[in-house]
Ligand binder design. Structure first.
Ligand SMILES: Cc1cc2nc3c(=O)[nH]c(=O)nc-3n(C[C@H](O)[C@H](O)[C@H](O)COP(=O)(O)OP(=O)(O)OC[C@H]3O[C@@H](n4cnc5c(N)ncnc54)[C@H](O)[C@@H]3O)c2cc1C
Length: 336
């Protein structure tokens, strides 16, 4: 039987950041992940200014590889297009390397990491929580931080009938240019867009909306003249419909914190990791420490309906003729 104050399940950006902040504050914690690192993660890997700025603050001096991109090409309905340069670059990372580097930051503090898959969670009469890993190993803790992504087992403990969210699919292709492409179309279901993110040595192209299927993904790739490649998909859970628990906290994708309009998720993975660490260190409820994120997500849920409405597409098409307006709004949004 292993004893720890905090068990963090999942060593993606949310879990590694939370473990790093807890360890730095001297809290006894154990980080587990069922994958062997470095492991891959389906993701565009775009770190917006607010994301890398927050990362710089939370992990000062952390160095990682990225491709800085400032040029964006936006296309609306195939009828209007504009290209503009943003104030601060979007840093495009390879998640396999980036997540591994984040984990190393925690390990460099002397943090404990173990490979293992979550099995069962049982709350004990004395208030502690007993966890059994799939290997049969037992761990007792005071807190569990669920950072195990969109298909979270920790969330399933709190809400067994949880759904899976939207399916986003990606493939790699030969590098084109150092310009991010975003394509919005009313022919996609509300809440979806096509994108191309240029990495250092290849491009990532992807699409996701509420009715994505491999066939639909292939069709959209063909429409955009993307050569056929190996497509991969992942769900992005986007709901806050689970009960909050004082000692079982959900962060990152496990808690459904990806942006409701863009599905950018690494920023809120860091924000919620920081807020969970603060809740544990200061013995305050997570609903208080994380209140700004809960409020932001609720606002986005309303805004999302407006953003993907026909009215908004008319405005966006008009704005393509005035790229400086789009740039101004984009720059402001990127700052957070
Ligand atoms: C196609 C696509 C493109 C995206 N593009 C971007 C982008 O450009 N920019 C951006 O900011 N966001 C993007 N996102 C969202 C982003 O990938 C996620 O928001 C981010 O990965 C969330 O981090 P996380 O740490 O919460 O979860 P994850 O990164 O999913 O990490 C979860 C970890 O938990 C582990 N785990 C899972 N289950 C268990 C278990 N039972 N036991 C132990 N370990 C477990 C996994 O192995 C994994 O390491 C994209 C997502 C998709 C699907």
């Amino acid at each position: 039987m292993v004893r720890t104050d905090v068990l963090i399940v999942g060593a993606g950006p949310a879990g590694s950041m939370c473990a790093y902040l807890l360890k730095k504050a001297g809290v006894d914690c154990l980080l587990i992940d069922h994958a062997t690192f470095p492991r891959d993660k389906i993701c565009g890997g775009g770190l917006t200014y607010k994301t890398w700025h927050l990362l710089d603050q939370l992990m000062p001096g952390f160095r990682y590889d990225y491709n800085p991109v400032t040029r964006i090409r936006l296309s609306v309905d195939g009828k209007a297009q504009c290209t503009f340069d943003i104030e601060h670059p979007i840093r495009i990372v390879q998640r396999k390397l980036f997540d591994h580097a984040l984990l190393q930051q925690y390990l460099a503090l002397g943090g404990t990491f173990q490979q293992g898959a979550l099995g069962q969670i049982e709350e004990q009469p004395d208030g502690s929580i007993a966890v059994t890993l799939k290997s049969g190993q037992r761990i007792t803790c005071q807190y569990i931080v669920g950072a195990d992504g969109s298909n979270s087992q920790v969330r399933r403990y709190l809400k067994p009938d949880t759904d899976r969210g939207i399916l986003a699919m990606e493939q790699y292709m030969e590098k084109q240019d150092d310009c991010i492409e975003v394509l919005l179309s009313q022919s996609y279901d509300a809440g979806g867009y096509f994108y191309r993110f240029p990495n250092q040595s290849f491009d990532v192209v992807g699409f996701g909306d509420y009715t994505t299927t491999p066939e639909k993904f292939r069709r959209i790739m063909q429409e955009n003249n993307i050569p056929e490649g190996k497509a991969r998909g992942a769900y992005i859970y986007s709901s806050l419909d689970y009960p909050l628990h004082p000692h079982i906290l959900l962060i990152g994708d496990a808690g459904g914190f990806a942006n409701r309009i863009t599905y950018e998720g690494i920023y809120n993975a860091f924000c919620t990791a920081q807020h969970a660490a603060t809740a544990i260190i200061t013995h305050r409820p997570f609903c208080d420490t994380n209140a700004p994120v809960f409020r932001r997500i609720r606002r986005e849920e309303t805004l999302c309906k407006l953003f993907y409405s026909p009215f908004s597409f008319t405005i966006l098409r008009w704005m393509c003729h005035h790229p400086h307006l789009i740039k101004t709004i984009f720059d402001r949004k990127m700052r957070g």
